[in-house]
Design a protein around this ligand. Structure first.
Ligand SMILES: CC(C)(COP(=O)(O)OP(=O)(O)OC[C@H]1O[C@@H](n2cnc3c(N)ncnc32)[C@H](O)[C@@H]1OP(=O)(O)O)[C@@H](O)C(=O)NCCC(=O)NCCS
Length: 147
């Protein structure tokens, strides 16, 4: 596999925004994503294959904690271990820090990925996400990975 995981550059932002729009119901706007790219504490990493960005993750460091904000793999590249590879890299890179995240309780692929790399459930934040179907807001599952 001609693949590479590397820190994102400003030139990657169009590809990252396109992946976010494709993969996340609550994707941020193009301008917000670009703004975070330039903000201290936010860190974007991209996974590319044959020079095409097919995945990324975004973290935010706050004090001694790291928040996993987003992780997306292009739809046609899922179930090949790329998400696991990216989070393995994140965990190695943030060794010694507590890593936190929240995820829609219906997002079984993401929850499966988080559990597969060692995240544990902390609890639920009721009605945290907009409804994907119908009117009832969806709960977030809170998870952490201890250093
Ligand atoms: C979540 C996501 C990043 C997973 O990426 P991926 O590259 O397909 O995941 P992997 O192939 O590395 O799978 C890793 C583990 O996750 C779990 N998993 C993956 N897809 C799953 C699914 N559909 N259902 C349940 N578990 C799943 C499995 O345990 C798998 O481990 P295994 O292969 O050893 O059994 C991908 O589905 C995605 O981009 N979804 C849309 C964006 C999103 O919802 N991101 C999370 C919120 S920010």
């Amino acid at each position: 596999m001609n693949a590479n995981l590397r820190q994102a550059t400003a030139d990657d932002m169009s590809a990252i925004v396109a992946l976010a729009m494709q993969g996340l119901p609550e994707a941020w706007s193009d301008s917000l994503m670009r703004q975070t790219f330039d903000t201290v504490g936010y860190d974007y990493w991209v996974f590319e294959q044959h020079k095409t960005v097919i995945g990324y993750y975004l973290t935010l460091d706050v004090c001694d904690e790291t928040h996993l904000m987003q992780v997306v793999v292009a739809e046609h590249c899922r179930d090949q271990g790329i998400g696991k590879l990216m989070l393995g890299h994140l965990i190695a890179q943030k060794r010694g820090r507590r890593i936190l995240l929240e995820v829609r309780v219906s997002n079984s692929a993401a929850i499966g990925l988080y559990r597969a790399v060692g995240f544990q459930r902390d609890g639920v934040r009721a009605g945290y996400y907009k409804a994907l179907v119908g009117q009832v807001a969806e709960d977030a599952m809170l998870m952490h990975l201890a250093a």
